[in-house]
Design a protein around this ligand. Structure first.
Ligand SMILES: *Cc1c(COP(=O)(O)O)cnc(C)c1O
Length: 221
């Protein structure tokens, strides 16, 4: 894509978030390896992908710089694909079921930093733990020494109003604080992965520490 547009868009997002202590993960699922490399050249070091095959292809295309990038996996991860990627990523934002945790425990060579995905809006099409079941899920992961629960993640519904967005993000924050208060050694749950291109400003107001930004970096305004 056009390098100038990419640089302008990136600068505009960084300007927007400059007063918040947050990590911006550039979601690169929409763009090719060349544009991902351009983001790297512009200083971005946190990159996120949501498909195993595309992620692996990118790792290969960027093998000269890949080790300097912190790789985030943000999409639904099928259990049979865990072994392909789990030792290549730094963060998994979408630990959305216990069977996935079990597979990670089996396949990971080292501890993986994971966000538990929570379905705060209750949308049937969305993955993630029901808010009422999150504590139970954290406790079930206790003996999985390959999993470190660093925080919670959510995706808001596409059609949520501003008020609803505030509500969903605040609910995730409340859950995160609750887990933190329990001092589980395996769940130093200090982080909140929430906010995408259209709602990161609201997510930041509600305490996001990781935002996942894709289209705002690539689209013409
Ligand atoms: C694609 C994706 C994003 C980024 O979406 P944009 O709206 O383009 O910013 C963030 N999180 C997840 C889980 C995604 O799949």
């Amino acid at each position: 894509m056009d390098k100038k547009l990419l640089a302008t868009n990136l600068a505009s997002v960084l300007e927007d978030i400059s007063t918040y202590p947050t990590h911006m993960v550039a979601i690169t699922k929409f763009v090719d390896a060349e544009t991902t490399r351009e983001l790297y050249n512009l200083g971005v070091r946190d990159m996120g992908e949501n498909r195993s095959d595309k992620f692996l292809a990118k790792l290969e295309a960027l093998n000269d710089i890949a080790s300097e990038i912190t790789w985030h996996f943000v999409g639904h991860l099928q259990s049979r694909q865990v072994k392909l990627i789990i030792n290549q990523i730094d963060y998994l934002h979408s630990l959305d079921r216990l069977s996935l945790a079990k597979e990670i425990q089996k396949r990971a060579d080292r501890t993986v930093k994971c966000f538990l995905q929570v379905n705060v809006s209750g949308e049937e099409t969305k993955g993630g733990f029901d808010p009422d079941r999150v504590i139970e899920a954290v406790e079930a992961i206790k003996d999985y020494n390959k999993i470190e629960i660093v925080g919670l993640m959510t995706m808001a519904p596409i059609d949520a109003s501003e008020t609803e967005l505030h509500h969903y993000f605040a609910e995730l924050k409340e859950l995160q604080v609750l887990i933190l208060s329990k001092n589980y050694p395996w769940a130093p749950c200090g982080e909140l992965s929430m906010g995408m291109s259209r709602d990161y400003r609201i997510a930041l107001e509600e305490g996001a520490t990781y935002i996942r930004v894709g289209s705002a970096l690539y689209d013409q305004k």
